[in-house]
Ligand binder design. Structure first.
Ligand code: ATP
Length: 749
């Protein structure tokens, strides 16, 4: 495993070098280019063979090493060969050779045509016989989209109409606080705390965008990535979980779905492993992340890759799942101009495949601005000033009498006008620009803005009346239906891995994260060990108490320490979970994988604690019976900790994790007369204490039976209750896990 990354980097570099030296010889992409593996210098090819050999050695299926690869870069029949050769691509080296071959071929094409405009690339690709894979298309049309904050009733978006189209890159610009993020969040159904009215049509139909969540990529403004994983691991996990499920299960689902729903016919065929690798490698290449592919991303506490690189990983997480709609919130912030342009080129490739790309962008350079197809310009208050092709921006504003001065970047000038920093030439004011846009398109002008029409002097009352008639007859004023998790059908046409397959992927990821988090885990165990030693020494076992004091300390200490440890399971990656679940990853797999990994703690932590506690305290009951009670107790409190972690903020959850074991253990020891004793039978420390003491009491016989009976009576325990107590602890553990999972589904959406 350790060999692979360096091997990959080496292979990638060799291929790049070999290709760049041969770039001049590449006259025609259709023509067959000699295989770089056989034509490089002897030294290079030896080294390359070494790298590939080491990768093959790693692979279980190295039996196919001797098979000749049909890797002929630039061969127009590559697709045919790929299909024919799919069965042969078993080993890692074969898969990566195929992936890099494809990438180099694409790079060669880009190199050859670097002076051609982006839109020219599409037609050129078609002419050269290159097949550009198309994805399912998503067009979003929105009519009179209006958003009002629920509490204050403040309107943060007004009557925004238009559409974003597949195959185009739209830039959303405007002054700070204009509502750009709000607008894109509204389109992707991620807005919360607002009442939304208007209409959003997906591919012309009144359907929820959540039905397409598996093919909608949303890149948030903040970099929500896994800091303890490497760049490649982040991307690989994202790609794996969002692609097709296990072959056998997939076949079953395909048959079932095709009987039920004709949409299944639009499903893309399953992606073979080499194509998944190709997608990941293409994204790494396109985003310029080759140099850091094996570096940990890093967190606020522990630095990893740079901020700009993290930003690109953030984008890459969505690109690897091959979305049809890709929404990005300020992906170029913090990037230098060459990285921004690299990113835009990568997004252009997406657009060529039919992806609908929309992004919020701040202060783009002129060359970057020209890379966009469409511009959505919003004024403060979330109201449209312009929405259309970038090419026609100057023309439109010139029609209003606003001329962009020479040597001034168009978006900068327009945003200055909207901010009120620059006063436009002529009579027009910044406040009139939204009304001008409405009138220009014949949209309905809101009544409170009608006075701006009159002031402008260019629109007669009749034209206003005309535009009024073009309103949507009240139809659009209804509230956009809110997202219901259980009632939204999946129309994305993409079959993602099933619960079990995703569970396996998640398990692998959690295992990696836990092993990298070893110091924190080790600290937990050391604290438990010390607690066991201290409490074992402090508490003395006497025949009339059965060592009750020591067990009370044990229940408090073990519950408290294990609960706080278990809080980390779900508290620390809430944002990551939210992002992953909103793009169709399975919550059940996520939950079960984390719980499975915690079972190791459930088994080991009692053992660690008891090692020293039992040695110093030396109760009458056996080590095994004490261990069983502690395992049940840890299982129970872990479930409670999950519920707290998922439903509360981390700091609040911590407080509750301290409070509950202490208070409930005190309640468990209440005498029969107090008010608190009413709930004593229902608290988990009581069941654990009873189980511990019964285990001790069972060791007494003969004349000691009298002592045993008297002592148990004092505590109100029943010698026959032992199993019942253990079952209650386990049942509480299961019950609280179910509650935690329901909270996960409902609260974090
Ligand atoms: N959930 C919310 N609660 C309160 N105010 C909100 C909420 N969502 C949006 N707003 C308000 O709506 C306005 C637009 O916010 P938004 O983040 O969309 O602006 P923006 O154009 O993306 O800004 P920037 O360019 O600075 O990121 C802001 O005034 C913001 O305070």
């Amino acid at each position: 495993m350790a060999k692979k990354p360096s091997g990959l980097q080496g292979l990638q570099q060799h291929l790049s070098q070999t290709f760049s030296r041969k770039a001049s010889a590449r006259h025609d992409l259709k023509s067959k280019i000699p295989n770089p593996f056989s034509t490089g210098s002897r030294r290079e090819s030896d080294k390359l063979t070494e790298i590939l050999q080491s990768m093959d050695d790693d692979d279980e299926n190295s039996s196919s090493n001797n098979e000749e690869l049909n890797l002929e870069i630039g061969d127009k029949n590559l697709k045919k060969k790929k299909v024919k050769g799919k069965k042969n691509l078993h080993t890692k080296s074969q898969i990566f050779k195929y992936a890099y071959g494809q990438i180099e071929k694409e790079k060669a094409m880009q190199e050859k045509n670097k002076n051609i405009t982006f839109s020219g690339l599409l037609s050129l690709a078609k002419r050269s016989g290159e097949e550009i894979r198309k994805r399912p298309k998503i067009e979003i049309a929105f009519k009179e989209l209006t958003l009002t904050l629920k509490g204050t009733r403040k309107c943060i978006m007004r009557s925004v109409s238009g559409k974003i189209m597949p195959g185009r890159i739209s830039a959303v610009m405007g002054p700070s606080g204009a509502g750009k993020t709000t607008f894109l969040s509204a389109l992707t159904g991620k807005i919360t705390g607002c009442t939304m009215s208007g209409m959003i049509l997906v591919n012309g139909k009144n359907e929820s965008i959540h039905s397409y969540k598996k093919i909608v990529g949303f890149v948030p403004q903040d970099d929500i990535v896994h800091g303890d994983l490497t760049v490649e691991e982040n991307l690989r996990f994202s790609a794996r979980c969002r692609y097709q499920m296990h072959p056998y299960f997939r076949l079953y689902v395909l048959i079932l779905l095709s009987l039920l729903n004709p949409i299944i016919r639009r499903l893309s065929a399953d992606l073979p492993k080499q194509d998944k690798v190709l997608i990941i490698e293409r994204v790494i290449e396109a985003l310029g992340l080759q140099g850091v592919r094996d570096s940990k991303v890093g967190t606020v506490q522990k630095r990893g890759i740079s901020g700009g690189q993290k930003k690109r990983v953030n984008v890459g997480l969505e690109m690897v799942m091959e979305p049809s709609l890709l929404i990005l919130d300020e992906p170029t912030s913090g990037l230098d101009s060459s990285s921004s342009s690299l990113l835009l080129r990568a997004l252009r490739r997406e657009a060529l495949e039919g992806v609908n790309v929309s992004m919020v962008v701040h202060q783009p350079s002129y060359s970057l601005y020209k890379m966009f197809d469409d511009l959505i310009l919003l004024a403060k208050g979330g109201i449209t000033v312009y929405h259309g092709p970038v090419k026609k921006v100057e023309e439109y504003f010139a029609g209003l009498g606003i001329t962009i001065p020479d040597y001034v970047n168009t978006p900068d000038y327009l945003i200055d006008v909207l901010e009120g920093i620059t006063k436009p030439e002529g009579d027009i004011t910044a406040q009139q620009l939204p009304v001008k846009w409405m009138l220009h398109n014949g949209y309905r002008v809101p009544p409170d803005m009608l006075h701006l029409c009159d002031e402008s002097g260019t629109s007669s009352p009749s034209s206003v009346g005309e535009s009024k008639n073009k309103s949507y007859n009240g139809e659009i004023q209804r509230e956009v239906p809110t997202y219901s998790f259980f009632s939204t059908p999946d129309l994305s046409g993409r079959v993602t891995p099933g619960v079990f397959t995703q569970y396996k992927y998640y398990l692998e990821r959690v295992l990696r994260q836990r092993t990298r988090d070893g110091r924190v885990q080790a600290a937990d165990y050391i604290i438990l060990l010390l607690a066991g030693a201290c409490l074992g020494t402090m508490a003395k076992v006497t025949d009339d108490t059965f060592g009750a004091t020591g067990y009370q300390y044990t229940v408090i200490a073990v519950s408290l320490l294990c609960m706080i440890g278990a809080l980390r399971t779900f508290s620390l990656d809430k944002l990551q979970y939210k992002r992953e679940s909103s793009s169709g990853m399975r919550s059940l797999s996520y939950f079960l994988s984390k719980d499975t990994m915690d079972h190791i703690n459930t088994a080991l932590k009692p053992l660690v604690y008891l090692c020293l506690f039992y040695f110093f305290n030396y109760p009458r009951s056996s080590f095994g019976s004490n261990y069983i009670v502690l395992v049940c107790l840890v299982y129970c409190v872990t479930g409670i900790a999950y519920t707290l972690a998922i439903s509360l903020e981390f700091s609040q959850a911590q407080l509750w994790s301290v409070l509950l074991p202490v208070v409930l253990t005190l309640i468990a020891n209440q005498s029969n007369k107090s008010a608190a004793s009413l709930i004593t039978p229902f608290v988990f420390p009581k069941w654990a204490l009873e189980a511990f003491i019964i285990a001790n009491a069972k060791e007494y016989n003969g004349v000691w039976l009298m002592t045993r009976c008297a002592a148990l009576k004092h505590y109100d325990y029943d010698i026959h209750n032992s199993n019942r107590c253990l079952w209650l602890l386990v049942a509480t553990g299961v019950g609280t896990r179910i509650i935690a999972f329901i909270c996960l589904l409902t609260r974090q959406r």
